[in-house]
Design a protein around this ligand. Structure first.
Ligand code: KIV
Ligand code: NA
Length: 265
């Protein structure tokens, strides 16, 4: 199969083709994900928690993401590589451009950033400068201090309307993809119907255009934190790492993951 491109994401949504996405932090796993037919690979700032052992994503630096992006890029032939802008790298358009340039030069094909509000200007600034952007709404882990923990977002009507308006705004600003984290299934379904760009859910129900999990969660590696409801250990049934990756990809494509047990009503 040919390598993924940014325009092909829109075609996938129009064609009703589900997107399979996993996080990854090194070349060995990158090779396994690519061989397993994973479409999108994310060097997430979750590496602060699952690789570095921190309690949040806030300590992660651009150097950290650039290092892991370069490692992962060497293992990929087909998947589209997305790299997170870590905490405050996207505080201004200029810092976001500098960080994103490094990440694209390290091998990423797109950068991801959290939030809307003043980030809309950042998204526009990057897209105008030929940097594809993935937005990220709902539970944004870089907001953990303000939120007071990792909680489901958009539960009441006012909060849901805000997330829905933010989703339209990030798409309007030029984002090519939208990650929705920890929002009720009906809200994610409404946003997915609103947008031309694909949504990729994590704890956002089965009606998103794709699904993403943290690699360590997929493999049942316990990070010492309480396991969120949306996490499923695919290694338990998959029997091997390749089997777990294949089982996740198949379950996303046939719509059996996430089920109600792994979603928020
Ligand atoms: O950092 C990360 O792993 C992420 C995913 C959970 C979407 O942002
Ligand atoms: Na992230």
């Amino acid at each position: 199969e040919k390598p993924w491109t940014v325009p092909a994401l829109l075609d996938a949504k129009r064609g009703g083709r589900k997107l399979v996405m996993l996080t990854c932090y090194d070349a060995g796993f990158a090779r396994a994900l690519d061989a397993g037919g994973v479409d999108l690979v994310l060097v997430g700032d979750s590496l602060g928690m699952v690789v570095q052992g921190h309690g949040s994503t806030l300590p992660v630096t651009v150097d950290d993401i650039a290092y892991h992006t370069a490692c992962v890029a060497r293992g990929l032939a087909r998947a589209l590589l997305i790299a997170d802008l870590p905490f405050q790298a996207d505080a201004s358009p200029q810092t976001a451009l500098a960080a994103s340039t490094r990440l694209l030069q390290a091998g990423a094909g797109m950068v991801k950033l959290e939030g809307a509000g003043h980030k809309l200007e950042v998204i526009r600034y990057l897209v105008e400068r030929e940097i594809p952007v993935c937005a990220h709404l709902g539970l944004t882990p870089q907001s953990v201090l303000r939120l007071g923990g990792y909680k489901v977002q958009g539960r009441d009507d006012a909060a849901a309307s805000q997330v829905r308006a933010d989703a339209l705004a990030v798409a309007q600003a030029g984002a090519s993809l939208l990650v929705l984290e920890c929002v009720p299934t009906p809200l994610a379904a409404a946003i997915t119907a609103d947008l031309e760009i694909p949504t990729v859910g994590i704890g956002a129900g089965p009606q998103c255009d794709g699904q993403v999990l943290v690699l360590h969660d997929l493999l049942g590696i316990n990070s010492g934190h309480r396991r969120p409801k949306f996490v499923k250990d695919f290694l338990a049934d998959g029997g091997s790492i390749a089997g777990a990756i294949g089982a996740f990809a198949a379950a996303v494509r046939d719509g059996t993951f996430p089920d109600a047990e792994h979603s928020y009503a």
